[in-house]
Design a protein around this ligand. Sequence first.
Ligand code: ADP
Ligand code: MG
Length: 452
Amino acid sequence: MDTEKIWNNILENIKINVSPAIFSTWFTQTHLVSVNKDGDKHVIQIGCFSSYAKSTIEGRYFGMIKELLEKELGTKCDITFIVKEGAPKKKTNDEPSPLFESSVNKEQELKDALIKSGVRPLYTFDNFAVSSSNQMAWAAADAVSKNLGTAYNPLFIWGGVGVGKTHLMNATGYEALKEDGSIKAFFCTGEQFTNDIVEGIRNKSTQRFRNKYRKLDILMIDDIQFIAGKDAVQEEFFHTFNALVSAGSQIVMTSDRPPSEISKLEERLRSRFEAGLIVDVGQPDFELRCAIIQIKSKVRGMSIPMDLVQLIAGNIDSPRKIEGFLVKLSSEAKLKNLPISADMIQSILGKGIGGNGNQVKASPNDVISAICKYYTVKKGDLLGKSRAQVVALPRQILMYFLRTELNLPLQEVGNIIGRDHTTVMHAVDKVSLLASSDVNIRQDILGIKNKL
Ligand code: ADP
Ligand code: MG
């Protein structure tokens, strides 16, 4: 019996019965674990990706699923839900399944394409939870990823800090590349784009710039508001924009505000932006925050019981802070070698790290001096350009502290250490990963903390 096919049919039916938001959040990561004939009925196990998903699906959609399965199989069904991850998803369309070798090639092609395009494999639609605050933006991004240049062009996504704009735009690029790894995609920040243009002008190599940007199938620019007020950059972007759109290529942008409120944005750009689709992403509600915590903790290999997920969601409003909080929680649990508990969560919340409580008392300068003292490096070297290992690691630890302990935005950390925010992001990821596997790093972190 082809359980995958059966479940795909059921999913198609569920899709018709529930909103896209519900479907994407709860059903995309379910699968049939087993189907066994027992007399005149079937005994069926359905796997859900987390206990939260299991209890939600069980509680709200049991009847619908049972009915659909009974119709599909033509017998009575006994269903149980269990927590179990599915096999990696295969494509669901009817093309013959690729030979082993060609699917490996495809995987490699996607990997190469991601590296070349600057699209991150971590921020995908699969791990993006949807609710009323982001449903419009999600639906638009999803449509764009499947119909480059024809669904909505440009797609302009705006909203407050940390609500998921970058994630969503990245997912758009990821999905498009997954569909076809041979397309030319490029993801950059408004800041990188600006630097590229400025460099082109300085080195009289604007032709190279044009060759790079005007031949794309999809251009994604994060935080486009950055180009406002920069005349030469806006001029060049205007021509890039026109060249791309008239060639049928897709443009996606994010911004912290709608085009009408970006001051010093050239009028002709504003009207181009407004000619496409403008969608906003709002602050997530409680349920969405719970879903995000589930997704993020799963990625980190943490298992947090539902009541604790709710405790965190009740105390932290911003998805970005959730991420910082989980980093903190995971290292706390590992440092102390204790299971995650309400007390541990309360104590981190109480310290105000990532929570809504009081901020840590230390200032960025305090952290800088503590790190200089701990590693005996000079402040000038720590904040300087050298890539030598003796300062590179302390510098990464500094970024980690500023981000997770002081809870500063990526951009601000970037300003302090004179690097761009993607560098900060990588550093924070790297240190949190190291902290979970390397006892020396854990000791360093504790040691520095004691100096604060
Ligand atoms: P923005 O660009 O709007 O400032 P990001 O896209 O950087 O925000 O999101 C901040 C963090 O929150 C990221 O780790 C992102 O993965 C996470 N996040 C935000 N919204 C969601 C969501 N709906 N589902 C899963 N993760 C989310
Ligand atoms: Mg962003």
